[in-house]
Write a protein of this length. Structure first.
Length: 388
């Protein structure tokens, strides 16, 4: 039997990076609703992310998205973060909102457009060096809408060349992480649609190139935990973008739509060594909060990951292995389900208190009055939205 004391060390080192953009307003193509207190500057987004860490001790780093988080002085932004007890983390590039990228970026047929997109990534690497960030995360909107619109093979070759040039500037302490997504905004084909394409591209680059698995980027019914297993087995799972989905890339709170799927994913993470001290796996959220308050939305998210991690760590591995080897189908399934159905919340609450944290971080945050404080303070200026 695995006890809570057995799993505490693994829980203690759990870290989930927050996306700066989760603190901006977001919405659908129908409407972006505003929330009082929404950040107007990258600093205010970082201050909000720091609140999540203050109440949970789960979110020590904040990911930036460039140019959304462009500032004149990144060293100062980094000091600002450290003054708030967090650090700047992954830098996400953005080649999906400028007119010049209408027909693609790193995979575009025109070398001049590819040059611009490559230069943007080189700029991101410079920023990373300045702030001491390890990961350059690349997600491309590149693709086509109609069969015949462009040459699929040529685009894949362009992509490989562009990535090669970017990778040549990735330092010894940095990594390139390539995210995949099966559709959107392109609908017929996407240049990096699946883990296999990302794996093929990053494998051609070298040891410091990895795949990012965004949980919302798969077709309905995809067995995501199988992909997690395979990428870990191949040593190429660099990071997670956690969120949950009902239909497409919904970017809802991780663990909200399908808690059991999150459990199964984390079981495979643990099985593959992804929670070990020297693991290459970076855990990140990639979410938007369209109608709920953003700081509590992020608090709920990191707690969901923590709860599911605790349950996954409680799987009785020796018993499971024995049942698997004996082909005890229902026994093995029962062992997994026992862990899934364990309510870890009381144990987590007292464990948090032992560590000087609120037993219920969500309730403590809501009682703190921070939400009305930022709403009163942040008047004037322009609230940032997801994409600006
Ligand atoms: C694309 C994506 C990618 C972007 C983020 C804003 O759908 O998941 O990670 O950087 O959304
Ligand atoms: Mn993502
Ligand atoms: Mn996405």
């Amino acid at each position: 039997m695995t006890t809570f004391a057995d799993i505490a060390p693994a829980l203690e080192r759990q870290a989930i990076e927050l996306p700066s953009w989760a603190f901006g307003n977001s919405g659908t193509r129908f409407k972006v609703f505003t929330t009082p207190g929404t950040p107007r500057t990258p600093e205010e987004k970082i201050a909000d992310a720091a609140k999540v860490n203050e109440y949970t001790a789960l979110a020590p780093t904040v990911a930036l998205h460039i140019p959304w988080d462009m500032v004149d002085d990144f060293a100062a932004l980094s000091r600002f973060a450290e003054d708030h007890n967090v650090k700047l983390g992954t830098v996400n590039s953005n080649t999906f909102q400028d007119d010049v990228y209408k027909f693609g970026s790193l995979a575009h047929s025109d070398p001049a457009v590819r040059r611009k997109a490559i230069d943007h990534h080189l700029k991101c690497l410079e920023i990373m060096t300045e702030i001491g960030s390890r990961d350059l995360k690349i997600w491309l909107a590149d693709g086509t809408n109609y069969p015949g619109q462009d040459d699929l093979r040529a685009r894949q070759d362009h992509l490989a060349e562009s990535l090669q040039e970017i990778y040549s500037q990735v330092s010894e302490t940095q990594r390139l992480v390539l995210e995949y997504k099966f559709f959107e905004p392109a609908f017929y084909h996407t240049d990096v649609p699946d883990w296999g394409t990302s794996f093929a591209q990053v494998s051609a680059l070298g040891d410091r190139a990895y795949t990012c698995l965004d949980t919302g980027h798969h077709a309905p019914g995809t067995n995501i935990e199988f992909i997690v297993m395979q990428l870990l087995r191949l040593g190429k799972l660099g990071s997670f973008d956690f969120n949950s989905r009902f239909y497409a890339d919904d970017d809802l709170i991780v663990g909200a739509a399908d808690p059991f799927q999150l459990f199964r994913i984390i079981v495979e993470v643990i099985r593959g060594g992804g929670l070990e001290v020297d693991s290459p796996v970076q855990f990140m959220l990639d979410q938007c909060h369209n109608v709920e308050d953003k700081i509590p939305g992020q608090i709920r998210s990191v707690l969901n990951v923590q709860e599911m991690t605790a349950r996954a760590l409680l799987v009785d591995r020796p018993a499971l292995t024995a049942a698997q080897e004996a082909h005890d189908v229902l026994g093995a399934n029962g062992i997994l389900m026992d862990a899934f159905y364990t309510d870890v919340r009381p144990a987590l609450a007292s464990w948090r208190e032992e560590r000087g944290l609120p037993a219920d971080p969500m309730a403590a945050y809501l009682a703190s009055g921070n939400q009305s404080k930022i709403a009163a303070e942040r008047v004037g200026g322009t609230q940032l939205s997801w994409s600006a």
